[in-house]
Design a protein around this ligand. Structure first.
Ligand code: NAD
Length: 489
């Protein structure tokens, strides 16, 4: 990485410095080294980007493009990403602390998803006939025909979370551009380098000016400006429930569309011990890859009371033998750093709360002694956790797992559902049919059974405080379009 590289924001088809030439340093969470100085945009820069996106939507040639034109542009972005894939891999490691084990999703699947959005752009029913009216209008007798048109929703503010930066931006950018919207992207201040590099690719894809804008800066005021602006039609946000609530309130005066992909406190239920060793690995590893910084990870593991102690000691053995904190630049590392020192301190407060409230610390809980630099934490497991404890209720977003005992299936379902969140979930059971029936009783957006994975075309999103709306496949196109009915006699 070149620390001297002069990064710019991209507004109205031009590379610009942030107003006043202000910059801020971006840090590698594994080494604490400064990777680059990037623009620290002001609210005025954001306003300029919003006005550009509005003009491009209302007056520019973008609205006249066909789905095929837009798919071609998405495919050009995919080609650019493929060409610079190794550069992105390096950025994901250095800026997001992403271990290689996460790269399949962070990089390969991310690019594939964009290619899939290009395919879907030409398949999506932007126009379709509606069935003839079933009643006659006495004022205008005769057969009425009608057309359902799905119009682009308009100017979209895209605000992804930092933890899967390329994946989350492409998950929004693909359907937004594919549907014919114009966008202002506001990445997390923690990981701007991925979006700044993506912008270099997008800038070469012949988009009309103002269709794609990138504004980077440290202040939460930038996102707030986007949400409040009467010129913006929709916000697609991925981040914490706390910020999601602020966004919903701030969007109310302009009644803009709000799509929220928020946090979770998902539960994995282990129903029996038919494959206990496999399920120990399956339930414990996701909470530590990417240092537990994933929205849908099952950070509560529910096990039958009779298996609780055996299960816990197997988890501890697995972690001690396999999952040591290390440099994410080393491909064999499974557990990297958390993103910031202040986030590490917050996680440590959660660990203290677990001890204070009576959970049993089975392993970890400290900073690793052999890593004086970087925001590392030992993989941490609490057992004998009760669902009323803070570590079972709040999203920790760090390498901390809670194991909770249950008496019977009814109690397991009750505990799984007793959460303000409703994002993910998992069931491990010898009887798949029974697990599917139980899954239907869990109030979350996704439930994976025995390691089943979410498909490219599956809708992803949350019940309750985990969000509003769904991302993924064709479902994303519905989120970036408005339905219009045109009826004629
Ligand atoms: P965050 O809420 O701290 O911040 C997200 C973004 O919001 C940042 O870019 C920030 O600058 C911006 N922001 C802050 N205040 C704002 C405001 N008032 N108006 C508009 N924007 C504002 O979240 P984070 O730490 O970046 O991400 C972690 C969270 O994201 C976790 O809760 C995680 O579960 C969630 N997440 C959810 C999904 C999902 O698909 N459901 C995926 C990944 C991460």
């Amino acid at each position: 990485m070149n620390e001297k590289k002069a990064y710019r924001i991209f507004v109205d088809g031009e590379w610009r410095e942030a107003s006043g030439g202000r910059t801020y340093p971006v840090v590698n969470p594994a080494t604490e080294e400064v990777l680059a100085h990037v623009p620290d945009a002001s609210p005025e820069d954001m306003d300029r980007a919003i006005r550009a996106a509005r003009r491009a939507f209302d007056e520019g040639p973008w609205r006249k493009t066909t789905p095929e034109d837009r798919a071609r542009i998405l495919r050009r972005i995919v080609d650019g990403l493929e060409r610079r894939k190794e550069e992105f891999r390096h950025l994901l490691v250095a800026n997001a602390g992403a271990t290689y084990v996460t790269h399949y999703i962070q990089l390969d699947v991310a690019i594939r998803i964009l290619a899939h959005y290009a395919e879907l752009a030409v398949k999506f029913p932007f126009e379709e006939p509606l069935p003839p009216a079933t009643f006659d209008n006495p004022m205008y007798p005769g057969v009425t025909s009608a057309l359902l048109v799905r119009q682009p929703v308009g100017v979209c503010g895209l605000v992804p979370a930092w933890n899967f930066p390329l994946f989350l931006t492409l998950q929004k950018l693909g359907p937004a551009l594919g549907a014919g919207c114009t966008v202002v992207v506001k990445p997390s201040p923690f990981v701007p380098l991925v979006d700044l590099t993506l912008a270099e690719i997008v800038a070469e894809c012949d988009l009309p000016k103002g269709v794609y804008n990138l504004v980077v800066g440290e202040s939460p005021e930038l996102g707030a400006r986007l949400v409040e602006s009467p010129l913006v039609d929709k916000i697609s946000f991925t981040g914490s429930a706390a910020t999601g609530k602020k966004i919903m309130a701030a969007a109310a005066p302009t009644l803009k569309r709000v799509h929220l992909e928020l946090g979770g406190k998902s539960a994995a239920i282990v129903l029996d011990d038919s494959q206990l060793d496999a399920w120990v690995m399956a339930t414990s590893s996701p909470s530590f890859f990417h240092a537990g910084q994933g929205c849908a990870m099952c950070t509560r593991v529910l096990v039958p009371k009779r298996l609780h102690d055996t299960f816990t000691s197997k988890v501890v053995d697995f972690l001690r033998s396999t999952v040591r904190p290390g440099d994410p630049a080393d491909p064999s590392t499974l557990l990297g750093p958390v993103i910031r020192e202040e986030r590490r301190r917050k996680i440590e407060e959660y660990i203290r709360s677990g001890e204070r409230e009576g959970a049993r610390l089975a392993t970890g809980g400290k900073r690793p002694e052999d890593r004086p630099k970087g925001y590392f934490l030992e993989p941490t497991v609490f057992c004998d956790v009760r669902n009323t404890m803070t570590i079972a209720r709040e999203e920790i977003f760090g390498p901390v797992l809670a194991i909770l005992p249950f008496e019977d299936e009814e109690e397991a379902i009750r505990i799984a559902n007793d959460s303000p969140y409703g994002l993910g979930g998992a069931i491990y059971a010898s009887d798949t049919a029974k697990a599917i029936e139980l899954a239907k009783r869990i109030r979350t957006g996704t439930v994976n059974i025995n390691g089943g994975v979410t498909l490219l075309d599956a809708p992803f999103g949350g019940f309750k405080e985990s969000g509003i709306g769904r991302e993924g496949g064709i479902w994303s196109f519905y989120e970036y379009t408005e339905m219009q009915t045109i009826a004629w006699k």
